[in-house]
Every structure is written in C-alpha cells, then in structure tokens.
Design a protein around this ligand. Structure first.
Ligand SMILES: [Zn+2]
Length: 343
C-alpha cells in the first residue's frame, strides 16, 4: 500500500502534489526526475491513489476503497503503465505487464537494471517505440472506464524514439480532458525537448542513506562491491601497475550481468564526479556514504586535475557500448588502458 504517509522524505513534492488535487489544478503532464531507484514510482502511486480515492481523509487516500485497492495492486483500468521494452516482434509494454507488476509490487523502489532483469531484457537495447505510442493512443481514445481521470505512467521517457514522440506529441500538448501524463526520468536532458517542454518538471530528492539502506538492502551490498573494485582499480592505476589494473578490469568483465557492469560504470561516473567537485572546492558530498566520501577526498588529492573529465567520458562510453553487446572483456581492457593514460 503506497499512500503519501508511506513516502520517505520529499515533503515539498508530496505537499505540492496533494495541493494540486485539493485545488483541482493538476498539470496535464509532469516530468519527475529521480536518481535511479530513488522512489519516484511510489510517489506517483501515492499521488494517483489520492487522486482516485473515493474517501480521502486528512490529506491522504483512505487506502481501503476499491480505487485505492486497484491502484495499489497496479490493476486500475484507467491507469496505464508504459516502459521501454525490446524484442524482435516489436512488443509493447502491456505484454510485459505481469512481470512489471510483480517487481513493482514487491520493490516499488526498483532500479532500472532490476526492471529490465525482471522483464527478461537484461542487456537488450530497450525503447519506447512508435508501436507503443499507437497502442497508448488507442487506449486513450476510449473514455475512462470509471468516468474519472485517465493516467499514463511512463517510466524512462528518455528511451522514446523520435517516431514515438511525434505520435504522442499532440496528446501531451493538448491532452483530452481528464488525461494525465506522469513521466519518470533519470536523465531529463535526454528526454526529447518537444515532450519535456510540455511538462512540469519536479525533482525527486535522493533518499537519505538510512532510507536508502531500508529500501535497497542488496543495492547497498552492490555499492560496497563496486567501491571495492573501483578503489582497487584506482590504486593500481595510481601505482602505475597496469597488470593489476587489467586484472581488476577482468573482474569487472566477470560481474554476473551486463546490467551490473553498467551499474558499476554508473557508480564510477558518480564517484568521479564527486572527485571533480572536491577538486573544484564545490564538494557537496552529503549523498555519499562515509566510505565513499573518504575515498573521494583521498582520490581528489592524488589524481590529475584533468582526470575526472576524461574518466567520466570513458565510463559513459563504456556504458553505451555495454548496451550494444560488445565483448565485455575487450571493453574493460580498453577502458583500463584509457584510464591508465590519463590518471
Ligand atoms: Zn480510497
């Protein structure tokens, strides 16, 4: 059950959403920007539950009426979920809905890689296609089953291609009455500007470390592993020990899935960004764990001032290539060599 009272932090966002419903002034389209796994999805569910609830009390949904129940189980007929998928027969997300529901009910704070893993799309190049857009337009051409709002929850609109965006644009620009678009993005700058400019942008703040550990116990374990690997790599690079650095590269190529390898790269980008900010004297490191912060501060004093920019570029590139099914061992060997040149 996800109600406003269950949401961790983000009080300002929650109160803004509540006021929209109370005041009857709900924007047609909202773009919620979260960090991966950051909890925009439960906030969207709490908002929808409040919006559709037939028995709101004390600024929250009742959690008990048929609408609340259907939304909490992700089976409300007027709430449509759209997310990127892949497959040779150009599938649409409704074909993956059972797996989506299973994950989102069990772990509403899901990470991108958990979702694609659950959908059986690990390592595939996923997208929101024009087929998806058409299927959605078909659904929205019918009136709301229950006579109220129709809502579209779209996860990762940055993975929408141009054709899909073109076909959805009119709907997002001038939605039919009582139609809402709730878009959850990790990279707002990659959402096509034609779509983004029509949306009210809301920033979902990252969870505190305690809340994070509560909702992602295993994610915290992954981050500990990633930090260990990254620290090994940096130590080897800084000691000019290419052989050990390449061994760490092999360990990375041996991580159990491409999604984990991508997660490692993402973790490395964020850590390197921390090093950069620290070197610039802009250190806002409060989102990091104590171990990460100590590591970042230590590294900032040891790597060249030009390292961070180059390293972020190389890790970004590695993430991109991992999405294209290149050989992982070659990729990580190449990455280590490139980092060795700039450290
Ligand atoms: Zn209710």
């Amino acid at each position: 059950m996800k109600r406003f009272r269950d949401i961790q932090g983000n009080d300002a966002v929650v109160s803004a959403l509540r006021q929209m419903v109370d005041g009857g002034k709900i924007p047609h389209a909202m773009l919620l920007h979260e960090n991966d796994g950051g909890g925009a999805f439960p906030i969207v569910l709490a908002f929808l539950q409040y919006l559709y609830c037939r028995n709101r009390t004390a600024g929250d949904a009742c959690g008990d009426c048929p609408s609340c129940n259907r939304i909490a189980k992700l089976i409300h007929p007027d709430v449509h979920f759209v997310f990127p998928v892949a497959g040779s027969d150009k599938p649409v997300s409704s074909q993956f809905l059972p797996a989506f529901r299973e994950l989102a009910l069990q772990q509403p704070y899901f990470y991108e890689n958990e979702l694609f893993g659950s959908l059986g799309l690990d390592g595939k190049q996923v997208l929101i296609s024009v087929n998806e857009a058409r299927s959605l337009l078909d659904k929205l051409s019918l009136s709301a089953v229950e006579g109220g709002y129709r809502s579209v929850v779209m996860y990762l609109p940055e993975k929408m291609n141009q054709a899909a965006a073109n076909s959805l644009l009119k709907m997002v620009e001038e939605p039919p009455e009582n139609t809402l678009f709730l878009l959850i993005t990790h990279e707002p700058e990659k959402v096509l500007s034609t779509i983004r400019s029509r949306c009210l942008l809301m920033r979902i703040l990252p969870l505190s470390r305690t809340a994070e550990a509560a909702v992602h116990p295993s994610g915290t374990a992954d981050e500990t592993l990633y930090l260990d690997l990254f620290a090994d790599l940096m130590e080897a690079l800084l000691s000019r020990d290419l052989l050990t650095a390449l061994e760490t590269g092999e360990a990375l190529a041996g991580l159990e899935s491409r999604e984990k390898q991508k997660s490692f790269c993402k973790f490395a980008v964020e850590t390197v960004r921390g090093i950069f900010l620290q070197q610039q004297g802009l250190g806002e490191l409060s989102a990091l764990s104590d171990e990460e912060r100590a590591f970042v501060v230590r590294m900032a004093g040891r790597v060249r001032p030009t390292f961070a920019r180059g390293a972020m570029h190389h890790f970004d590139r590695a993430m991109l290539l991992l999405g294209r099914n290149v050989n992982q061992k070659i990729l990580f060997t190449d990455l280590v060599n490139r980092l060795y040149m700039i450290v």
